[in-house]
Design a protein around this ligand. Structure first.
Ligand SMILES: Nc1ncnc2c1ncn2[C@@H]1O[C@H](COP(=O)(O)OP(=O)(O)OP(=O)(O)O)[C@@H](O)[C@H]1O
Length: 262
């Protein structure tokens, strides 16, 4: 068995009259890798994520997870392999309290220790009895993240988790990523937040106009100004600064890396 998400020559369009949303994508994300998915609006990132989770069926090619074709699997089996944290939490929330929402499909989550660990990780301790819609959007996002982590999938895809988050929310997310890394949960994250990716991810896929045009370390991608420009992506602050100072290859991506170098 290959422990990975594998796309082999995958193409998808939403209907026969529409243009391709993703074309001839072949990529492998092995277990344990934390990978960012970046690209301009409409490049195909969310389509890629939905194909990964088996929400969409490729028109050409195959998407397998741990050697199983994902789309035909039953929902329960899909959920145990891969969880998808939607861009908009309101697409995912449907129960009347935070506790019920994150415990679903159990009425009473069986592993109490794990439950409280995740509640604390997502900083939801004071909200368990609240109605999710009485809480701010940024907190609703953590409700959806907690509910996916509690299902213990092997892989999790986050769709724009930093959108609408202030510094504190991004800190919580950073802790969540590091927790999942320690738990050996493989994370894919779609984001337009290049600073957050530079700080938290070592690998990135760059999508442009329905295709994966780069699959490389974030260090190489964030120093490739031509690639970033042609993909409509911002260069993070530290690579931008160092590129303007030196015409040398650098490995430095974040302020922390920079402080260590000086
Ligand atoms: N439900 C849909 N029906 C028809 N076309 C769609 C649908 N969802 C997306 N598309 C089209 O598929 C293409 C890829 O869209 P997708 O949402 O995957 O891009 P994206 O990179 O996630 O964009 P964004 O960053 O804006 O979320 C776009 O041309 C988009 O208009």
């Amino acid at each position: 068995m290959k422990e990975a998400i594998c796309f082999e020559h995958v193409s998808y369009r939403y209907n026969e009259e529409s243009d391709w949303a993703l074309q001839d994508v072949s990529v492998t994300i092995e277990r344990g890798e934390q990978t960012a998915i970046i690209g301009e609006n409409g490049a195909g990132k969310s389509t890629f994520a939905k194909l990964c989770c088996g929400l969409l069926n490729p028109e050409h090619g195959t998407v397998t997870i741990d050697s199983k074709e994902i789309y035909p699997l039953k929902n329960k089996e899909k959920a145990s392999l891969i969880g998808y944290v939607f861009q908009n939490p309101d697409d995912q929330i449907f129960l009347s309290t935070v506790e019920k929402e994150i415990s679903y499909p159990h009425k009473d989550y069986p592993d109490k220790e794990f439950f409280h660990e995740v509640v604390s990780l997502c900083q939801l301790e004071n909200h368990l009895d609240s109605h999710p819609y009485n809480l701010p959007w940024s907190t609703r996002k953590f409700i959806t993240i907690a509910s996916i982590i509690l299902q213990k999938p092997t892989y999790i895809i986050f769709d724009e988790p930093t959108a609408g988050q202030e510094k504190k929310g991004k800190e919580i997310l950073k802790n969540i990523l590091s927790y999942l890394n320690n738990q050996q949960t493989t994370v894919l994250m779609i984001s337009h937040d290049m600073e957050f990716i530079a700080e938290n991810f070592k690998r990135a896929l760059v999508l442009k106009e329905t295709k994966v045009i780069a699959d490389d370390s974030t260090k190489r991608i964030f120093y490739n100004e031509e690639l970033l420009q042609s993909s409509g992506l911002d260069q993070p602050f530290v690579p931008k600064l160092l590129s303007s100072l030196y015409s040398v290859d650098s490995e430095v991506l974040t302020m922390d890396d920079l402080a260590k170098e000086l």
